[in-house]
Design a binder for this molecule. Structure first.
Ligand code: ZN
Length: 371
């Protein structure tokens, strides 16, 4: 994942515009003349259809009723000058996402500020650009469309159906703690994204570890986002929170899994705390068991694993072969017997435990299958 700017959105790449070819764009702008000029710019970069609206009501109804029976909008652009304050912007984006799932919104703002960017992020906008910068808008729209065309993202990050984001401090943390759950849910139709916050430089060559992490995610059927926070000194400050918030905004998960607070590793505890903040609007959050979890780890959910889930977990962990020789907790016998042990709580042969921290879903409601 490319590094992004301080306000939580990608810096502009003015070169990319081929991705606009054939795109259907819904454009909200307060001013007809400005809208016409932006529309012209988008068309000159290949957009096949640009529909302009000037009010919240027209924007939402254009989203609900596509103008042609082909497909919904590929992307929408929203001028914050129409929606007003930060809270209204977030509310509008929430409403749009509910009515038009899967159509990302690029927010255009007269003078982008951090507060406005946070409001856009809370509404899960795809990007924010300066209203007076048509090149920046074209680049942002192109990037959004390119991301949608990326099969990994379509499968992993934004797939229809339930989505899970699994956050870990280092490569292999997530596989050890929740590899079986990830495999099980991925094969049950869930979109799973793994967010690994550091390259694990303390455990070996970062390039090799990155390759291993990608192979492991592939084995489990998950999409991987790798960030570059400092291994060994990850903090729970706002920079870490923002990094996780970006993944939450991108994935829009139904469930987030992360390290437990009851853990002897300082990075794991920091990631736990930062994830709690970044996931405050996600319906459910639960903690997996890391090898450094303490006896205070108190699981209250047990997810059944099939033999195939456990095998996939072991293969994914095996993909981190730069670690295999030096880490006691990667021994297959231990991993297998741990899954066997937790199985006693779910009356199945194998299980992985979870410590449920919060669950906002109505009692008895679980999308497809609960985690
Ligand atoms: Zn770790």
């Amino acid at each position: 994942m490319p590094d992004r700017g301080g306000e939580g959105f990608t810096p502009h790449d003015h070169a990319a515009s081929a991705a606009l070819s054939g795109a259907r764009i819904l454009l909200g702008d307060r001013d007809e003349g400005t809208a016409a000029r932006i529309a012209e710019t988008l068309r000159s970069h290949g957009a096949s259809h640009v529909h302009c609206v000037g009010s919240v009501a027209d924007f939402l109804s254009a989203g609900a009723v596509p103008p042609a029976p082909v497909r919904l909008w590929d992307v929408a652009v929203w001028d914050t000058g129409i929606s007003g304050d930060d809270a209204s912007l977030t509310a509008l984006l929430d409403q749009w996402r509910t009515g038009v799932p899967g159509a990302p919104v690029v927010v255009s703002d007269e003078a982008p500020s951090t507060r406005r960017a946070m409001a856009a992020l809370r509404g899960r906008a795809a990007d924010m650009v300066e209203r007076g910068d048509p090149d920046g808008l074209v680049a942002a729209v192109a990037r959004v469309l390119e991301n949608r065309a990326d099969p990994l993202r379509v499968e992993g990050a934004r797939q229809a159906g339930p989505r899970m984001l699994v956050v870990g401090a280092h490569p292999d943390d997530v596989e050890i703690g929740a590899g079986g759950i990830i495999h099980r849910r991925a094969h049950g139709g869930w979109g799973i994204t793994i967010l690994t916050l550091s390259g694990g430089a303390n455990g070996g060559d970062p390039d090799r570890r990155r390759e291993e992490a990608h192979r492991a995610a592939e084995v489990l059927g998950a999409h991987l986002i790798m960030e570059n926070l400092p291994d060994g000194s990850i903090s729970d400050d706002s920079a870490t929170v923002r990094t996780i918030e970006r993944a939450v905004a991108e994935v829009d998960p139904d469930v987030v899994l992360v390290h437990s607070e009851s853990d002897t590793h300082q990075d794991h505890r920091a990631v736990h705390r930062a994830t709690l903040v970044a996931s405050r609007q996600v319906a459910r959050l639960a903690c997996y068991q890391s090898p450094s979890a303490t006896v205070a780890y108190q699981p209250n959910r047990f997810v059944e694993l099939s033999e195939a889930d456990l095998e996939a977990k072991l293969s994914a962990i095996g993909a981190h072969n730069s670690q295999a020789a030096s880490r006691w907790y990667l021994e297959e016998e231990l991993l297998r017997s741990t899954a066997r042990y937790w199985g006693r709580f779910s009356r199945t042969r194998y299980a992985e435990p979870l410590e449920l921290v919060h669950d906002n879903t109505p009692l008895g409601y679980y999308p497809a299958d609960h985690a």
